[in-house]
Design a protein around this ligand. Structure first.
Ligand code: GLV
Ligand code: GLV
Length: 323
């Protein structure tokens, strides 16, 4: 009976799917991230046919080799796969899959939760109320910004970015511009989005910038001090992709010096650490990498990861093979 190792507790829906397919499932018995040594310890007898891994597991050459000859697939329980050494996996012949599509609405909703919260000063207002500072309605108290009629700049028009653009247009009547390495004429027509030739152009023209690119060498620090300066002084930056895409120290400087008006981020450069300078600021919202953390999305991710494993072990091409 094929054996699967799951690196941390995930929703039952995925585990049940693996059991239904007739697989034996073993799970990290403690609900915490395994260190590389611990992960290698579990894998070292080479008894697993597949591993279901998380974005917090570093799947490098040692771990891929450590999984042994039998292991055909690492199914990453995430949209992102920057935690996996793809080149090494290819060399060894281990398939890597991710869980795209099923979380797009959820992450787009969280992106708007952040965008609305920073523009309408929701977190700041909540802190204000709890601190006992609310002494009566005032015409000029905690004034924020409308989304409607503003320009939303989307950098990276994949599954998630295009959902964000769609909600921006259809939900909040925003003007949408976008940058992507691939232009999407059909999408432009569908929602009246305008293509920018460069990310810089999006930064210069947008009132709200939302980042939806994968983390790669070419996107690390895509948002740095120079690019933050290109943004409008009253613009907001939102990031639900990966932390290292933004130079976090530069962002803290820009927010402190009012180079931009605000930011709302769900991901951090050195997770789980958060730049201490950001924590001191009122004009930033910090959520702990929860953009896909709804019951619905996490169930779907678990099922999709299981489906990828089942396909691979049945000798089929997994639906979400990363190449
Ligand atoms: C979450 O960050 C994911 O990549 O799914
Ligand atoms: C605000 O509370 C209003 O009634 O305008």
């Amino acid at each position: 009976m094929p054996k699967i190792f799951v690196t941390r507790k995930i929703p039952e829906a995925g585990i049940n799917k693996l059991h239904d397919a007739g697989f034996e499932v073993e799970m990290n018995p403690v609900d915490k991230v395994l260190s590389k040594e611990e992960l290698l310890h579990y894998l070292k007898d080479g008894e697993y046919d597949a591993v279901l891994s998380l974005l917090t597991d570093k799947i490098d050459a040692d771990v891929l080799k450590g999984a042994g000859q039998k292991c055909k697939i690492f199914a990453n329980y995430a949209v992102g796969f920057d935690n996996v050494d793809l080149i090494e996996a290819k060399k060894i012949g281990i398939m890597i899959t991710n869980t795209p599509g099923v979380v797009s609405n959820t992450v787009a909703e969280h992106t708007f939760a952040l965008m609305l919260a920073i523009a309408h000063r929701v977190s700041e207002g909540d802190r204000f109320s709890r601190a006992g500072k609310y002494h009566g309605w005032e015409p000029m108290m905690l004034l924020g910004t409308d989304l409607s009629g503003k320009t939303l700049g989307v950098i990276g028009l994949g599954h998630i970015g295009s959902r964000v653009a769609y909600y921006g247009k259809k939900g909040f009547d925003m003007n949408v511009i976008y940058y992507d390495i691939k232009r999407n004429n059909e999408f432009e027509k569908e929602i009246g989005a305008i293509f920018s030739e460069t990310p810089e152009d999006v930064l210069k023209k947008s009132d709200f910038v939302s980042i939806h690119v994968p983390l790669m060498d070419s996107t690390k620090h895509l948002i740095n001090a120079d690019r933050l300066k290109m943004m409008k002084r009253d613009a907001y930056l939102v990031n639900t992709s990966r932390g290292p895409i933004i130079d976090e120290k530069a962002l803290a400087d820009a927010l402190r010096n009012k180079i931009i008006r605000g930011a709302a981020i769900d991901v951090f450069e050195h997770e789980p650490a958060i730049e201490p300078e950001l924590m001191k600021l009122e004009n930033v919202i910090l959520t702990p990498h929860i953009a896909s953390a709804t019951e619905e999305a996490r169930d779907k991710m678990a099922v999709l990861a299981a489906e990828n494993i089942i396909a691979a072990l049945e000798g089929k091409r997994p639906p979400n093979l990363v190449e």
